[in-house]
Design a protein around this ligand. Structure first.
Ligand code: MTE
Length: 302
C-alpha cells in the first residue's frame, strides 16, 4: 500500500534512533512511560508490543469517516484540516464545567509514550507508539457529581472542512461513551501524539481518546466535548446498527460480529503470507481490566 514516497528520514527513523538512545541511557519520556503504566509493554507471544507498526501504515491506513470511508481517505483528505484554535469542554454532571484550550492541555499534562495494540472491529490490528496520558488526569480536574455514571465523548462537527460529514453515513457528530470506571482506568488514554511527534490529522488531531482493550471504533478522534452523564450514551455505531455494535465493544474472540468472526486478526504491515494471529480476550489487557466486568455476561453486554 505504498502510494507515495517518504523522504529518507521518516518520523519513524528519527523515533527509532531516539528510542535506541533512550534504551541505552534509560532517560526520557519513553523509559518513564513503559515502566509506569502496567500492561503497556508485555512481551509474551501475542502480547508482544515491541513490533511497532510502521509510521507509514499508522498514518495512511485509517478509519475516520468524517473524511471518507476509504482507508486512504483520512490521509489524503485531512491534511488541510485546521486544529487551531481548539477547545475541549468538560461538562455535564460536574460541580463546575471547564473549558480547556488545546495549548492548556498540552502544557498541563505530561504526555508519555504508550505503546498500545489497536484492534479494529474489521479484523486487523496495529501496534502504535502513542504519546498521551490517562484520561483520569483530565477528569480529576473537575468535581464529578455522584449522579454521573457514564462519560460521553463528542467529536468535532465541521462539514465545511470534513467532507465525509456532508453525507449521513453516520449520525454526526461522532459520539462514543464509556462507563465512568472504564473512563477512569489508567489505560484509557488521551492521545496527543504518535511516534514522538504531534498527532497527525488523520489519527485524530489535535486530541483523541484511546481505549486499548476495546475495538478501535470506541476511540473517538478530534474530541471537543467530554460530558459526564447519568445514562448510557448512544454511540454513533450503536445508533447505526445496534445489533452489530454494542456499547461495551470489548475485544472478545468468543463473541462474533453478526457478519464475521472475531477470533483472529490480520497484523497490518506483516508479510502478506503471514497467518492471521489469534485475537486475545480484552485485546491482551485482561490482567488489567477483566475485573471491571466481573459477573457480567459479555455475550449479552457485547
Ligand atoms: N473517530 C471518529 N471521529 N470518526 C471515525 O470514523 N473511526 C474509529 C476510531 N475513531 C473513527 C473514530 C475506528 S473504526 C478506528 S479502527 C480507529 O478510530 C482508527 O484509528 P486510527 O486511524 O488512528 O488507527
Amino acid at each position: 500500500m505504498k502510494k507515495f514516497k517518504y523522504s529518507e528520514i521518516t518520523p519513524e527513523k528519527i523515533y527509532n534512533k531516539r528510542r535506541k538512545f533512550i534504551k541505552t541511557f534509560g532517560l526520557g519520556i519513553g523509559s518513564y512511560a513503559l515502566t509506569t503504566v502496567s500492561g503497556l509493554n508485555k512481551s509474551s507471544a501475542n502480547t508482544d508490543l515491541s513490533k511497532l507498526t510502521s509510521y507509514e501504515d499508522v498514518t495512511t491506513y485509517n478509519n475516520y469517516y468524517e473524511f471518507g470511508t476509504g482507508k486512504s481517505d483520512p490521509y489524503i483528505k485531512s491534511q488541510s484540516f485546521k486544529t487551531r484554535p481548539w477547545n475541549i469542554s468538560i461538562e455535564g454532571e460536574v460541580e463546575e464545567p471547564i473549558n480547556l484550550s488545546i495549548e492548556e492541555i498540552l502544557n498541563s499534562f505530561n504526555s508519555e509514550e504508550r505503546v498500545q495494540r489497536l484492534r479494529c472491529v474489521e479484523g486487523w490490528s496495529m501496534i502504535i507508539p502513542w504519546m498521551g496520558f490517562s484520561l483520569s488526569e483530565i477528569l480529576n480536574k473537575v468535581k464529578i457529581k455522584p449522579e454521573a455514571k457514564f462519560v460521553k465523548f463528542t467529536s468535532v462537527f465541521d462539514p465545511e472542512q470534513m467532507i465525509g460529514q456532508r453525507r449521513a453515513v453516520l449520525n454526526w457528530p461522532y459520539v462514543e461513551g464509556l462507563r465512568l470506571d472504564e473512563a477512569m482506568h489508567p489505560l484509557t488514554t488521551v492521545v496527543t501524539g504518535v511516534y514522538g511527534k504531534t498527532l497527525p490529522n488523520q489519527n485524530g488531531a489535535p486530541l483523541r481518546i484511546f481505549i486499548p482493550w476495546k475495538y478501535g471504533f470506541k476511540s473517538g478522534k478530534a474530541i471537543v466535548k467530554i460530558e459526564l452523564v447519568k445514562k448510557m450514551p448512544t454511540s454513533s455505531w450503536m445508533w447505526a446498527s445496534p445489533r452489530e455494535y454494542g456499547f461495551y465493544s470489548n475485544v472478545n474472540p468468543n463473541v462474533n460480529h453478526p457478519r464475521w468472526s472475531q477470533a483472529t486478526e490480520r497484523v497490518i504491515g506483516a508479510d502478506i503470507f503471514a497467518p492471521r494471529i489469534k485475537t486475545l480476550m480484552f485485546n491482551g489487557y485482561g490482567d488489567e481490566v477483566a475485573h471491571l466486568y466481573s459477573g457480567m455476561d459479555l455475550k449479552k453486554y457485547f
